[in-house]
Design a protein around this ligand. Structure first.
Ligand code: SAH
Ligand code: MG
Length: 206
């Protein structure tokens, strides 16, 4: 199965922070780890990375659950670097949920993706299902990234994947929180790195 052209077109017009080459790598890696189970994405935003993961889920008869409170991360808030006026209401409150729904509706992936609106840690509290993969691309504060890692990595099955975006070993290249949890995972001796491309890292649970 080749990556559908109409999906490529939809991804191009979907707002977000997943460069196409990293997105394709995300898709290829996710296909290897999906075995008919469930994968979780932290940080849906408008659905750009969701489409790559959702297509991988579809091709493997798996399912993607994408999680976001849809109020944006720190850098999306008013006055910050990545604030997008189109995603905020008159009071400056961000809501990306409607956009995510529209993105999923326009894709052919509605049977392969479920969206949950809420805080990652809150959802992890009641979650119990073993996971084929977890993709962490949420808030980049140290506390939030660590919480995402600590609350979701225990659900990854042996042989499953922890995938992290925005990992920058060089502090001059970007924020350090994703790199910190990447190191935590390696240092735990529960994960080995199987793939790296730019800021994308794939770790297999051993
Ligand atoms: N994966 C997206 C980008 C995600 S941006 C893409 O490829 O385009 C990060 C997202 O994480 C934001 O939408 C923000 O609302 C969400 N987020 C931040 N902290 C969160 C938390 N604690 N729980 C759930 N979502 C969170
Ligand atoms: Mg990212």
């Amino acid at each position: 199965m080749t990556f559908p052209n109409d999906l490529t077109a939809l991804i191009e017009t979907t707002k977000g922070f997943m460069p196409a080459h990293e997105g394709m790598a995300l898709y290829e890696n996710a296909k290897e780890f999906f075995t008919g189970g469930v994968g979780v994405e932290i940080g849906s935003y408008c659905g750009k990375s969701t489409l790559y993961l959702g297509q991988a889920a579809r091709e493997t008869n798996s399912h993607l659950v994408t999680i976001d409170h849809h109020r944006g991360s720190e850098e999306h808030q008013i006055g910050w670097e990545y604030h997008d006026l189109e995603l905020a209401d008159d009071h400056g409150v961000i809501d990306t949920f409607a956009v995510l729904r529209a993105t999923i509706a326009q894709s052919k992936l509605t049977n392969s993706i479920s969206a949950i609106v809420g805080r990652s840690a809150t959802i992890a509290k009641w979650w119990s299902k073993e996971l084929d993969l977890v993709f962490i691309d949420g808030s980049h504060t140290e506390e939030s990234a660590r919480t995402d890692y600590e609350s979701w990595s225990p659900f990854i099955r042996t042989g499953g994947a922890l995938i992290i975006h925005d990992v920058f070993p060089d502090p001059n290249a970007g924020g350090q929180a994703p790199y910190l949890i990447y190191k935590m995972a390696i240092d735990s001796n529960n994960f080995v790195e199987t793939f790296a491309l730019d800021s994308l890292r794939v770790l297999r649970r051993i």
